[in-house]
Design a protein around this ligand. Structure first.
Ligand SMILES: Cc1cc2nc3c(=O)[nH]c(=O)nc-3n(C[C@H](O)[C@H](O)[C@H](O)COP(=O)(O)O)c2cc1C
Length: 154
């Protein structure tokens, strides 16, 4: 499988977890590319600078923080414009500050999947990590299991 991990990260939290997922999948012998979505200036100009190609991947893990209880605007813009393979297998990895999924994480996952509906993605799993939670390590482990263990999923 050709796997793409596509990540938007402003302060490194989501990126670090995406790198962890990449390393696990690489250890399983998968071919993995990690690519970053960036904008021109996170404060002054949130138009996209890097919008990585996504159509070559059979499976994509999208990594994103929660911003304002939602998918960040640059990620919304990216997903509205990017081309993914039809029927792409899709996992979503989200980080957030608040310690409850309903304070943004759940909605952000749902928004990401909905934004790619035109490609009829096969949504196979999600991980939501609360970066300041005492349960963070457990959440990271659960996220890695959900996103990197494909057994019985396809
Ligand atoms: C503009 C902005 C809005 C945010 N809104 C939320 C939010 O609604 N809910 C939440 O739990 N965390 C929120 N956060 C915190 C981030 O989701 C959290 O710090 C995340 O791990 C950052 O990921 P990153 O380091 O990959 O950029 C917000 C952060 C920023 C900068």
């Amino acid at each position: 499988m050709n796997i793409g991990i596509i990540v938007y990260s402003e302060t490194g939290n989501t990126l670090a977890l995406c790198e962890q997922a990449r390393d696990i999948l690489t250890g399983y012998g998968q071919t993995v590319t990690l690519a970053k979505i960036t904008c021109n200036d996170i404060k002054l100009d949130r138009t996209l600078r890097d919008a990585p190609a996504a159509d070559r991947y059979d499976l994509v893990i999208l990594g994103t923080p929660v911003q304002g209880f939602s998918l960040p605007v640059p990620v919304q813009d990216y997903l509205a414009r990017a081309t993914f393979a039809q029927g792409v297998k899709l996992g979503v990895l989200v980080t957030q500050y608040f310690k409850a999924d309903w304070l943004g994480g759940t909605r952000t996952v749902r928004q990401a999947v909905a934004a790619l509906a035109r490609f009829e993605p096969v949504f196979y799993g999600a991980g939501i990590v609360h970066v300041r939670s005492r349960k963070r390590d457990e959440q990271v482990n659960a996220a890695m299991r959900a996103l990197t263990n494909f057994e019985g999923k396809f």
